[in-house]
Design a protein around this ligand. Structure first.
Ligand SMILES: [Zn+2]
Length: 277
């Protein structure tokens, strides 16, 4: 009985959190609180510190929502398969194709694992044969913008849309697929990204297990970080851009084999369509 009550409350809180924890709900609430506290301060009923506090909270929530892709704060983000009953995970590789992608493909074939590659348009133009090989070997591809600009978080909605459309066009030059999956560079979401993906009709794909393989130099630490936290339903983020990642992925595939984990594509894990035909 107690478990039932707890479970029900958990469900209510979780669903409230999912529906309320959105930029479009939080901003009006904070705006009202800001106006009330400003009026109270203006008439010397309370301190201006309350206004600063509201602004501070707004800044905090906005920053958190922008950089933590799992929050789905600005737009819905698929970042893991909830309540996955089978021992399935999805390995994902960003920022390719590069010559390193070929090594990753060989490894995946050896371990009969499938993965999802979020490709950059300009990299596809540089390595069309490698890009084609990813698809030929049964993996899924997704859009990771045309240029992967460092200032991606500061682009307006129109510019984000152009970045997505150009990458789709590069993909379409090689294969007759329009991808439905989009992963924003650096996992940044904001109102511009939300508007752009609504226009271009892409699903935003995040991650639940981040390797930090472009930041951490010690490959033992990367392997430990990913393997210790690996749970069914995880979407794991790697980059097919370095030898270091390749060495970590060998160990991870070996570990997954021992632990009976299977790597499937994101579309298979989430039961979504990867392409528009
Ligand atoms: Zn990236």
């Amino acid at each position: 009985m107690f478990y039932y009550i707890t479970n029900t409350w958990e469900k209510i809180i979780a669903s409230l959190y999912c529906t309320m924890w959105k930029h479009k709900n939080i901003v009006p609430i904070l705006l009202v609180l800001g106006i009330i506290s400003a009026l109270l301060a203006l008439f010397a009923v309370s301190s201006w510190w309350w206004v600063f506090l509201v602004v501070f909270v707004w800044l905090g929530i906005t920053t958190w929502g922008s950089f933590d892709v799992r929050q789905s704060y600005f737009t819905d983000v698929f970042y893991k398969k909830q309540r996955e009953s089978r021992r399935r995970i999805a390995l994902t590789f960003d920022d390719g194709p590069t010559p390193m992608t070929l090594e990753i493909l060989t490894l995946l074939k050896q371990y009969q694992a499938k993965a999802t590659f979020f490709c950059i348009g300009k990299q596809i133009n540089k390595h069309p044969d490698i890009f084609r090989k990813i698809i030929e070997e049964g993996h899924t591809i997704g859009n990771h913008t045309m240029n992967h600009s460092k200032g991606f978080g500061f682009l307006n909605a129109h510019q984000v849309e152009q970045e997505i459309d150009s990458c789709d066009a590069s993909i379409n030059d090689i294969v007759p697929h329009k991808p439905r999956f989009f992963r924003p560079p650096f996992g940044v979401t904001n109102p511009s990204v939300a508007k752009a993906v609504q226009e271009t009709k892409h699903h935003v794909i995040g991650w639940s297990n981040r390797s930090l393989d472009t930041l951490i130099t010690d490959e033992n630490k990367i392997f430990d970080r990913v393997s210790r936290r690996l749970v069914p339903g995880d979407i794991v983020l790697f980059h097919d851009t370095s030898n270091k990642t390749l060495r970590v992925v060998v160990r991870l595939l070996e570990y997954m084999q021992q632990e009976n984990f299977e790597s499937v594509t994101v579309d298979e894990l989430l039961n979504l369509q990867a392409y528009e035909h």
